[in-house]
Write a protein that binds this ligand. Structure first.
Ligand code: SF4
Ligand code: SF4
Length: 263
């Protein structure tokens, strides 16, 4: 990872916090890089959607894909968990403002790259998915996995070094960068053979069960929250299964399971 990209990302978060008066929403972002020709990209067609884009569909001369994760603060997770029926207002509002932050972050990183003589193409923060199939044409979380940013939890979120509570963005560039090594271990306690299942217990909406995820039921609940906060822009979010669980804000560790993810 090139140091100046990390510094640029930190600067954007700092400026946004000061300008919006919302310094209590985010922690420092994590960045990771995938090679545009990583063989795992060719598997996204079967794992995510047949029409999932490849890096070179977005930028003909793509050499790298840069993925960033903006962690949410513990307060947001606590408030979302504390609200019984709906997503917390603060969680819904954070979603809206973070979408704008992701757009700004992507544009700033793109400009920085272009100033050094390379090309970059940005991708939308969200709602780049097929509304019937609920699959994405550019899945930031799968690309985050390829870039070594983390591993998937049983709740289908990406668990990073800073946990799963937060948002992802990505851009494609002609700038050659060394790929970030993938973790090589499972961060999710259950997937690593330990004890947990906290995320299943958080879902009260018949969407997440051991060994089963009902994507349609999950999205129905997200639309219930959107209707509940009708005065806000689109907030099709829920997030209860990622809040106040062992992997919310870091690589999970429990006394029962010992070290996280060691196989
Ligand atoms: S809550 Fe536990 S089981 Fe669920 S994803 Fe996190 S570590 Fe895995
Ligand atoms: S986001 Fe909400 S509805 Fe979807 S699986 Fe998690 S807790 Fe269940």
């Amino acid at each position: 990872m090139l140091k100046w990209l990390g510094e640029e990302a930190n600067q954007v978060i700092g400026e946004w916090g000061r300008e919006t008066g919302r310094e209590d929403l985010w922690h420092e972002p994590l960045l990771a890089v995938a090679a545009a020709d990583d063989p795992l990209f060719s598997r996204l067609g079967s794992v995510v959607a047949p029409d999932h884009a490849m890096p070179r569909d977005l930028l003909a001369g793509a050499r790298s894909v840069l993925v960033f994760f903006i962690p949410f603060t513990e307060r947001l997770a606590r408030e979302n968990d504390g609200e019984r029926e709906f997503a917390a207002r603060s969680w819904a509002e954070a979603y809206v403002v973070t979408n704008r932050l992701i757009q700004t972050m992507s544009e700033r990183l793109k400009t920085s790259i272009e100033e050094r003589g390379f090309d970059a193409a940005i991708t939308p923060a969200t709602h780049n998915f097929d509304e019937e199939r609920l699959v994405s044409g550019w899945s930031h979380k799968h690309i985050g996995f390829i870039a070594g940013l983390g591993t998937f939890g049983c709740h289908h979120w990406l668990i990073t070094r800073a946990g799963c509570c937060g948002r992802l963005g990505s851009l494609v560039t002609s700038l050659p960068m060394a790929p970030t090594p993938r973790p090589g271990i499972e961060y999710c306690l259950l997937k690593a053979g330990g004890k947990c299942g906290a995320c299943y217990r958080k879902c009260r909406y018949q969407a997440l069960f051991p060994h089963r995820f009902d994507r349609q039921a999950c999205y129905r609940q997200c639309l219930v929250n959107d209707a509940h906060y009708a005065e806000l822009p689109l907030v099709d979010v829920c997030g209860k299964c990622g809040c106040m669980v062992p992997c919310s804000h870091g690589i999970p560790r429990t006394p029962e399971a010992g070290q996280p993810g060691e196989r």
